[in-house]
Design a protein around this ligand. Structure first.
Ligand SMILES: [Zn+2]
Length: 520
């Protein structure tokens, strides 16, 4: 007796194999049978005729874990069929830390999670992970957060780690790996991780790799430039022997030759959301010395007239260079809700201010954050070429980098996966449906050794999405980023329906999904 059978659909199983007509039988939250099951005994029978039946999507980089608890656009990602979210993107995580440090890091990362009414107080990894089961619509795959690990070992210190501090970091990483973490996650343009040197990164990558986990990094793009940051990552992969994964990247003339060279150097993969714009906080444009110490230290620096002027000049230079290069930085969220949807230079001009003065005033008045969407220079032909090169790249998988709060988020949050199915598969035919689904399911699941997720196979978790390949589409745009996708009919997580006819059912069957043990 099955709990549920899904009848008459076309199965795209996540491995990249060709589609086939098959029914799917589910019991106790797992797929039990795939084949011809028209007369099987089942408590519930779902008609999937005319629909694709695929594994739920796995998002390896998504700023969702707090939104999933109900503090933000809780279903923004789930509505697209995403059923497993990795925690701690960019190394952002707040456990296990003493309360004061956790609070400081929380303030510094608010641009990614929004003003959720949460006081971070997780002194242990278990106390953090225990927040999620039964409280989220989807599964959570933990990553070890480098920001918290470094902060716990050495505070906000802006220098290389001592031997003792490095040992403390290794110990914390081991504890996360014991808890099933699939990767060490790093944000090397952010504090305090920006001060990690190659020795630290190779040592931590070795610990992760020794346990079958991946080194997953927002690389040091801002500090070293893209080429330098890619080269550093390849070197970390080479020296550690650990699989390395580069977050939110894309293929163009800078990265294409590096990707060609990579297989001879190390075991590399990368992910992309395929939009021609990024999103981060305004502090990102500050020189590293001015970011050191997080929000509280920045506030203190602004009270010193000399440092204030240096910060003003640095922001003036960085932002005007960015404007001159054709980058458009649109304000997506902040504390007061002003200037939303305006570019930084429009907002500064409206106030009759220079960009540097405007930025300093924002740091003070919008404490603790200004989130922007940063449109990269180049016309449609440049962006189309980027999509074509990136989507087809064999080392690339899809991840949204979605941020689920604020009035004007990047449209990737509610659109990324549905946009791939619409634009990359149906309209531009850059990938077959089977290939695209693989890049959103089986590929990330295998890369990060998820325990029986990301494919439709007997014994695997019953995370399943039913969609209409002819109509599935994102609707979120730069101007209306909160429009929900269409064509995703039903989403099951651990066998329970969380989205039905494109609407949340209210069920919260999410569990913790860990790294598969090596003997398994
Ligand atoms: Zn990032």
């Amino acid at each position: 007796m099955f709990d549920t059978v899904i009848l008459g659909g076309t199965v795209v199983d996540g491995t990249g194999a060709p589609r086939r007509r098959a029914d799917v039988g589910i019991r106790d939250g797992r797929v039990e049978a795939i084949g011809s099951l028209p007369d099987a005994d089942a408590r519930a029978r779902l008609d999937a005729s005319g629909l694709i039946v695929a594994p739920g999507f796995v998002d390896t980089h998504v700023h969702s874990e707090i939104a999933l608890l109900g503090h933000g656009y809780r279903f923004g990602s789930v509505l697209q069929g995403v059923t497993t979210h990795f925690t701690s993107p960019d190394g952002f995580g707040w456990a296990p830390l003493p309360p004061e440090l956790a609070h400081e890091l929380w303030q510094t990362t608010l641009f990614a999670v929004g003003h959720a009414p949460i006081v971070p107080h997780w002194r242990t990894i278990d106390s953090y992970l225990s927040v999620f089961p039964g409280n989220t619509p989807v599964n959570i795959a933990p990553q070890a957060p480098h920001c918290a690990i470094r902060l716990g070992a050495m505070g906000w210190a802006g220098r290389a780690a001592t031997e003792g501090e490095l040992e403390a970091m290794k110990g914390m990483l081991e504890a996360w790996l014991d808890a099933g973490a699939v990767a060490i996650s790093l944000g090397l343009d952010y504090q305090p991780s920006a001060f990690a040197d190659l020795r630290e990164l190779v040592a931590l990558a070795k610990v992760a790799g020794g346990r079958g986990a991946v080194y997953n990094a927002h690389i040091r793009n801002n500090i070293l430039g893209r080429e330098g940051a890619w080269r550093e990552t390849l070197e970390i992969g080479r020296r550690s022997g650990t699989p390395v994964h580069i977050a939110h990247e894309y293929v163009n003339e800078v990265t294409e030759p590096l990707l060609d060279a990579a297989p001879a150097i190390c075991d590399l993969s990368f992910e992309s959301y395929l939009y021609p714009a990024g999103s981060t906080h305004l502090q990102f444009a500050l020189p590293t010395w001015a970011q050191q110490g997080g929000q509280r230290a920045l506030r203190a620096r602004l009270e010193d007239p000399v440092q204030r002027r240096q910060i003003r000049d640095a922001m003036q230079q960085a932002l005007s260079t960015s404007v001159a290069s054709g980058t458009r930085q649109v304000i997506a969220a902040n504390r007061t809700g002003r200037y939303i949807g305006m570019t930084l230079d429009e907002a500064a001009a409206a106030e009759g201010e220079m960009l540097g003065d405007f930025a300093v005033r924002m740091f003070e008045e919008e404490e603790p954050y200004v989130l922007t969407i940063n449109h990269r220079p180049g016309g449609p032909e440049v962006h189309d070429r980027m999509v074509e090169l990136t989507a087809r790249h064999p080392l690339m998988m899809v991840a949204s980098d979605g941020i689920y709060h604020g009035p004007h988020p990047h449209p990737r949050a509610l659109g990324c996966h549905a946009r791939v199915l619409r634009m990359v598969v149906r309209e531009r035919k850059l990938l077959s449906l089977e290939q695209a689904v693989h890049k959103m399911t089986g590929m990330p699941a295998e890369r990060f050794h998820l325990d029986r997720r990301g494919m439709l196979k007997p014994g695997y978790g019953a995370d399943i999405v039913l969609f209409d390949e002819a109509t599935v589409a994102d609707r979120s745009t730069w101007d209306e980023p909160l429009l929900e996708p269409v064509g995703i009919r039903r989403v099951l997580v651990n066998g329970e329906t969380v989205i039905e006819d494109g609407r949340p059912t209210g069920k919260l069957p999410g569990r913790i999904v860990t790294r598969q043990s090596r003997s398994a």
